[in-house]
Design a binder for this molecule. Structure first.
Ligand code: BT5
Length: 318
């Protein structure tokens, strides 16, 4: 109900009286007042002027479900939203929701994480209110080997959302990084709950550095604020990420991986370049030649041998 009052206030150009809110939403004047107080406690600045009524001055810089869902216009992605000030990791919360049978598209946001994680037990630095830390539950009908397609589909979606909201062009560093000028701006973590021949559910973890300052980031990292010089609305970006994932996920289901793969190749940070990659405790050197239809990287070694790499860390780009 507080959300109805909020949406009603947002839909107005100027002031709206408590009486009108009460009449339109069919709630008492006392209830209107109570919900306005609740919104204020959440950080909404709402002006109240006698004889004129109420008016929203500003919304809090928080990834609140009522803000994310406002005019989101998706069918499944982000239709169920969970929000926490602090979590260990959004991945654990999303995993529990996956086990509990929540529908695909369910999203978990946290303002900060105390145990944000990357791949292979690495950590993800998640300072409060500065980034987007999100896990999204999907239930794709692929074999577990198809998971890299989900990671690349997500990378494409994040790039498109960043372009749309900030105008910035970013690159995809296979398999799971978004980079600008060689620095890491965002990372993706894909975790599966699967049987040998069936994915039960996938959690896509997305970490984006939005308004963090350089001095608070790892050395080889950057943020959108550092790149474009102004703060970016985390709410707008988070909504756009959800919309882009919905578009690309439907594209993947309807047209297969090819169109996603083409987009991914077009903004690759490594294709055509000589790279050094760590994969399962081996270092592979050669030219990043292509990404195949399973999302694997094809590396052409100096001997001419083409190695197919399923996952790894590109540690050097020449
Ligand atoms: C990743 O792993 O890049 C996946 C990161 C996924 C984070 C999201 S946040 C929401 C969800 N909940 C979670 O707990 N995780 C997901 P990987 O490729 O393994 O990279 C990890 C490495 O990136 C670390 O070892 C650091 O070197 C670096 N790193 C850590 N925090 C960073 C940050 N904020 N920005 C840029 N680089 C960072």
């Amino acid at each position: 109900m507080a959300k109805d009052v909020l949406d009603f206030l947002k839909a107005q150009d100027g002031f709206v009286s408590g009486e009108e809110i009460s009449r339109s939403l069919k709630i008492s004047r006392t209830a209107v007042w109570k919900y306005i107080e609740r919104l204020r406690a959440e950080g909404y600045l709402i002006e109240a002027v006698p004889h004129l009524g109420y008016r929203i001055i500003s919304i809090p810089d928080k990834l609140l479900p009522e803000e994310i869902s406002y005019q989101l216009n998706t069918k499944i992605i982000g239709q169920r939203l969970f929000y926490y000030e602090t979590l260990g990791s959004t991945m654990d919360a999303a995993f529990e929701l996956g086990l509990a049978g929540f529908p695909e598209g369910t999203a978990v946001f946290a303002e900060s994480q105390t145990k944000g994680r990357g791949r292979l037990g690495r950590s993800w630095f998640s300072p409060k209110g500065k980034g987007i830390y999100l896990s999204l539950l999907l239930r794709p009908e692929f074999l577990p080997q198809g998971a890299p397609k989900i990671t690349l589909m997500t990378a494409v979606s994040i790039s498109e959302a960043i372009k749309k909201v900030t105008g910035l062009s970013v690159l995809i560093k296979w398999p799971n990084d978004i980079v600008v000028g060689g620095k890491k701006l965002a990372g993706i973590l894909t975790e599966l709950n699967a049987e040998a021949d069936k994915i039960k559910f996938v959690n896509i973890g997305i970490g984006i550095n939005v308004n963090s300052s350089k001095s608070f980031l790892p050395l080889d990292a950057t943020s959108l604020k550092e790149e474009i010089g102004t703060e970016v609305s985390r709410i707008e970006l988070a909504k756009e990420v959800l919309r882009a994932i919905e578009n690309n996920y439907f594209l993947l289901k309807e047209k297969g991986f090819k169109p996603i793969l083409e987009k991914c190749k077009a903004s690759s940070a490594i294709l055509g370049k000589r790279i050094e990659i760590n994969s399962q405790n081996r270092v592979i050197c050669g030219e990043a030649q292509d990404i195949d239809m399973d999302g694997a990287l094809l590396v052409r070694q100096d001997t001419g041998f083409i190695e197919r790499v399923l996952s790894g860390d590109v540690v050097r780009i020449y």
